[in-house]
Each structure stands twice: as structure tokens, then as C-alpha cells.
Design a protein around this ligand. Structure first.
Ligand SMILES: [Zn+2]
Length: 309
């Protein structure tokens, strides 16, 4: 199998990769590995402070509109930046914690600690509530684990006068196969690469006259096809593929268009695309998926050897 990042990608957390010399089952294995096998950090344990405190003559209580379980789930779904080179281990594999009872597990080597402490509006404030955001989480561990800028505005709950929220949240490594909070990607999909051919330039005007543009703003017209009467750029191939729906069956334009442009599947080549939640950059996520897969097949080979011995 060959993998090549398509020109112009990654864009932010999204990527398009051309996979060739492969088949759909292999590509799907990568898709599944990305969703459920690539480990990442997510908040999986929360300790809420409970109680009533008096502060500046005001009694404040550890309550808010959401039950603790719901809040814990909202915290779990915040993407936590994850790094491949800092040797954080799974709690179950952690040498420090392996033999500890469940309730005492968790140390510097296997978890990242966040704290949050927010109070509702002051007694004499005009505001009637304060919104608690993901940005209120501060890392007690290394600052590189701070919640990313793009996720800081994720709202968690609101606090009214006389309310406060104080908690410690522990992020640990896990895999998407156990819970969605550990899935580093979304929108993972792939489609066979198409060869697009301009057969009848005159009739193709039915499409060209619609004034459609490619995703990078070029006109979809005869010029896009060049002298070879085909589209080379993979982003443009996908754009034209989409545009062809405007002249396909059911549009009332298909008879005039008369298959002026046709698509033909290129065997063994797929355009693979996905977006990460920000915990990894997309190239890293892809490499980790490949690593997970190869580790699994190594194990499998070993097991087969054992089975036949
Ligand atoms: Zn540990």
C-alpha cells in the first residue's frame, strides 16, 4: 500500500490522503483503527468538592443545574492534547499503579490532572449567572496539556448566585473501542478514486454553464480538463464528482448532458479523509493507526505460529 497526503492538506485538523495499491478491506481496517484503536487522553475520572462555604458574608453551595454524571460526561468529551513522545502509560500498564487497588490507581506516569474552581455571580452583581467553560480547566501537570484555544469556548454548565463548582479531573489514556471520549477522529470516510474524462466538450456545456466552482475557487469548465481531457488534481476530481450530481438523473439536465463527462473507478486507489478532534494533528493520528494495525498483525502472526507449532 502507498499513502500520500493530497496537495493542499492537512487543513487545520482535517486531511485527505490518497491510498493506492490496496483494497477496500485494508482501507477500512485503517478507518476502524483510527476510530477505535488509536489511544488518546480523555478525562475519565472527576472528583467533585461537595459542601457549603461562607465567603464574604455569602453562603455558597456546591450545586448547579446539571447532575454530576452529566457534567463528568461533558468534561470527558473535551479533546485533551495528546503527545506521542512523553511516555504516558495506560493506567492498567503503569508500573507504579499496576498492583494498587482500583481506587488508588493513577500517578504522574499515567494521568494528567486538571482543576476547576468557579463561583456564581457575587451577591450584588447584576448578572444572574456565570457560564463555566472548558477554559476554566487548568492543568496541574505540564502546561502543554492546557485545553486548546479552539476548544476553550465549550460550555460546561452555568452557576447562579450562591453556587460554586470545584473539581479535579483526571485525564487518562484509552481507546475509542471502550468509549467515544477516547476516539481521536470524526467523519472518517473513503471513496474509490475516479478517472474523469471529458468525452463531448459541446454537450458538457450543460454542466459548465451552471457556473459551478471547485473548492479552491476555479471555474468548472473545459479549461479544468486541459489538453488530456481529464482532471489530474485529486481535490478537483472530488469537486467535479460532486458537480456531476447537478446534471445526473432526476435533474432534468441528464438528456442534454448525454454523459458528456464520465467517471471510471481506478482499481486499488482510494481517497481517504478524516478530521481529528484536535488531540492529535491528522498526520500523527494516521501514523498511530498504522502502528496499531501493524502491531496487531505482528501479534497475529505470532499467534498463528503458536497455533501450528
Ligand atoms: Zn500510574
Amino acid at each position: 500500500m502507498k499513502a500520500e497526503v493530497v496537495d493542499g492538506w492537512p487543513r487545520g485538523n482535517a486531511i485527505r490522503i490518497l491510498l493506492s495499491e490496496t483494497d477496500a478491506s485494508q482501507v477500512n481496517a485503517i478507518r476502524r483503527a483510527l476510530i477505535s484503536d488509536v489511544p488518546k487522553l480523555a478525562i475519565s475520572r472527576v472528583n467533585f468538592t461537595q459542601g457549603v462555604v461562607e465567603q464574604d458574608g455569602q453562603i455558597i453551595e456546591s450545586v448547579n443545574v446539571l447532575p454530576d454524571e452529566v457534567l463528568a460526561h461533558r468534561l470527558a468529551m473535551i479533546p485533551i492534547p495528546t503527545f506521542t513522545d512523553d511516555n504516558i502509560s495506560f493506567v492498567e500498564d503503569c508500573e507504579e499503579c499496576m498492583y494498587k487497588p482500583e481506587s488508588e490507581k493513577g500517578c504522574q506516569q499515567c494521568q494528567i490532572i486538571y482543576s476547576l474552581n468557579v463561583q456564581g455571580p457575587a451577591k450584588d452583581s447584576e448578572e444572574d449567572h456565570v457560564t463555566v467553560y472548558a477554559s476554566h480547566l487548568t492543568t496541574v501537570s505540564d502546561q502543554k496539556y492546557d485545553i486548546l484555544e479552539e476548544h476553550k469556548r465549550i460550555p460546561l454548565t452555568i452557576l447562579s448566585k450562591g453556587q460554586y463548582l470545584e473539581l479535579y479531573a483526571l485525564a487518562r489514556l484509552g481507546r475509542g473501542s471502550s468509549h467515544q471520549k477516547w476516539a481521536p477522529v470524526s467523519g472518517v470516510g473513503f471513496k474509490p478514486l475516479q478517472k474523469i474524462t471529458l468525452n463531448k466538450p459541446k454537450k458538457a456545456d450543460v454542466l459548465f454553464n451552471l457556473g459551478l466552482k471547485t473548492s479552491d475557487g476555479k471555474d468548472i469548465n473545459a479549461k479544468l480538463f486541459g489538453s488530456k481531457k481529464t482532471v489530474e488534481d485529486i481535490n478537483h476530481i472530488l469537486d467535479v464528482e460532486k458537480a456531476l450530481h447537478q446534471v445526473g438523473p432526476g435533474t432534468g439536465r441528464d438528456l442534454d448532458f448525454d454523459d458528456a463527462i464520465t467517471m471510471e473507478t481506478i482499481e486499488g486507489s482510494y481517497v481517504f479523509s478524516f478530521e481529528t478532534d484536535g488531540s492529535y494533528d491528522p498526520k500523527t493520528a494516521f501514523n498511530l493507526a498504522m502502528k496499531e494495525l501493524s502491531a496487531r498483525f505482528d501479534n497475529l502472526t505470532e499467534d498463528i505460529k503458536k497455533a501450528f507449532a
